[in-house]
Write a protein that binds this ligand. Structure first.
Ligand code: 8IG
Length: 276
């Protein structure tokens, strides 16, 4: 091992070996050998964990190989192992690393690769995001039907050609709609951030087929598909995207919309996972 302070910062490191080490840490620290489903909680979705089932163990992310301390207050830096009423094991990831933190894409997707290494075959990705579609209201959850990756980056290294048809599983979207038929869906457009978009960038996103703007998820979904997982994506529309709403965007507004919607969307998410 090199002298670098983070195992994924060593270019010679194998990110899948680091993820395997992290999965071994999780098995040791939670006492749960294998997980079935992984769930990443974005802003507004934090309360879902309590409703998904019985928490078997909570582990600070900093005790697991390759995880970084959370950059943002309100992002819970912990990993939880939960058992659903059906007996499924859910790994809840409350410690997302964002691309805009500038630590590179390997760190961004480490939680997803770790989830796959724990045995999870389903990846549920949630986020808070901006809405482009005029009929949407802040506080509304929507399914992700597809994405546009505008980061210019990829978690795939070398000539690794991965098919992204049906990246956001139609089967799982249909399962979610069987729980809440009113769920709309949209195309998630990942920008680098951390600045919000200009109105012109939002118009561009709309023109190229985007309906949700955010700063996460697309890179994670690619890594999850590479790992062979089935993916379900949810966005909480916390604000209308710049120029769609005429007032300035504020992080505070986003936090408040998330807090208000949290009980409803967390219950929805728990029901969807309970049906898996
Ligand atoms: I919450 O309007 C949230 N995250 N890129 N744009 C982008 N990310 C977001 C937004 C938004 N709202």
């Amino acid at each position: 091992m090199s002298h670098s302070s983070h195992p994924l910062d060593d270019p010679a490191a194998d990110p899948f070996a680091v993820a395997a080490d992290a999965a071994a840490d999780i098995a040791r620290l939670t006492g749960v050998e294998q997980h079935d489903i992984a769930l990443t909680l974005g802003s507004g979705w934090g309360r879902a964990a309590e409703l998904v089932g019985e928490t078997v163990a909570t582990v600070p992310a900093t005790e697991v190989t390759g995880f970084s301390a959370p950059a943002l207050a309100g992002h819970v830096g912990s990993l939880r192992s939960i058992r659903t009423s059906k007996g499924k094991r859910v790994l809840v990831i409350g410690a997302r690393t964002h691309y805009y933190e500038g630590h590179g894409v390997r760190r961004v997707v480490h939680s997803v690769r770790t989830a796959a290494a724990t045995g999870a075959t389903t990846m549920v990705l949630t986020n808070g995001a901006g809405g482009i579609k005029a009929s949407w209201k802040p506080g509304q959850p929507v399914l992700i039907s597809d994405h546009i990756n505008l980061t210019g980056d990829s978690p795939l290294e070398g000539a690794t050609f991965v098919d992204l048809t049906d990246l956001y599983s139609l089967r799982l979207r249909d399962l979610a709609r069987s729980i809440d038929p009113s769920l709309d869906e949209g195309v998630y457009t990942q920008f680098r951030g951390p600045q919000y978009e200009t109105p012109a960038e939002v118009r561009m996103a709309k023109t190229i087929g985007g309906s949700i703007v955010g700063m996460s998820t697309a890179l994670e979904a690619i890594a999850a598909r590479q790992a062979g997982m089935e993916i379900l994506g949810f966005s909480l529309i916390t604000n209308m995207a710049a120029g769609i709403q005429t007032t300035p965007l504020s992080h505070q507004e986003v936090i408040e919309a998330g807090r208000e919607a949290e009980p409803t969307i967390s219950a929805l998410l728990a029901r969807v996972i309970g049906a898996m």
